[in-house]
Design a protein around this ligand. Sequence first.
Ligand code: AMP
Length: 300
Amino acid sequence: MITIKEPKELQQELKRRRFEAAKQGHELTVGLVPTMGFLHEGHASLLREARSSDVVVLSIFVNPIQFGPNEDLDRYPRDAARDLALAEKEKVDIVFMPEVEHMYPQPTKTKIRVEELTSRLCGASRPGHFDGVTTVVAKLFHIVNPDFAYFGMKDAQQVAVLSQMVRDLNMDVQLVPCPIVRESDGLALSSRNVYLTGEQRAQALILSASLKEAYDLVTEHKVTTAGELKRRLTERIQSKPLAEIDYVDVLTFPELEPLDEQVRIDDYQGDLIAALAVKFGNTRLIDNMLFEKKDVALHV
Ligand code: AMP
């Protein structure tokens, strides 16, 4: 495993490897896993998926432009030594760990912005967040030129926004969405979970529990409309005194279009997502559940 900090150096290294492989008559495939570090089993699951490519590139970069002025950029957890040990264990080939000045040499004047999908859910409560995400991911795609890029469905809106960007800009990369990895008690793994006190963590279990309940209620046809689903989730989360709801929403996926409250879930022909963001103290957690038409229909 090698570690690279400079974008140019990574471009040259990959160019060299592709050239060497081509000389042997082999077309090298590259898989990219972008992260902000403080790695956990969720990240590890993406790295394992990526192993089907010849070269696995893990990027670790706490991207300042996707944080708002009052967000947790300064206290975002970091542990480079631990991250490198996990990367080694997961057989990563190249770790790309640039500094801020490597990624954003001043002045930078270009941003990538996906319209509409970024105005909902996290985009509404974190203005500019997704512009930061699409800009840094577009840069990573240009630096690595990956055949495959792996993203967790934990950040489902991110998957939807990046898929739109790839389509709109004819980027030659296949995005691979990967399932949410959870603790055994249901809490979705997140680098931010370390901020939670014991009491907050215990109450935060309501997120995954309420989504699981919602899934069962929908597939058993006990909840039939989008509005009812939203109300159920909201009530369950509000039953925990430390939970402060940022949003609870039910949208189409991956278009992220709002649904009329009265729309019957069975009548909607595509997939739906129930997504939530809830604060416990200063820690904002997100979670979601995808209602795929095939699963909902299965139980009819
Ligand atoms: P982050 O370091 O939080 O920016 O996450 C990097 C990548 O890991 C993103 O694609 C996330 O969606 C993914 N990820 C984070 N947590 C999980 C999880 N619990 N399960 C699956 N993927 C995850």
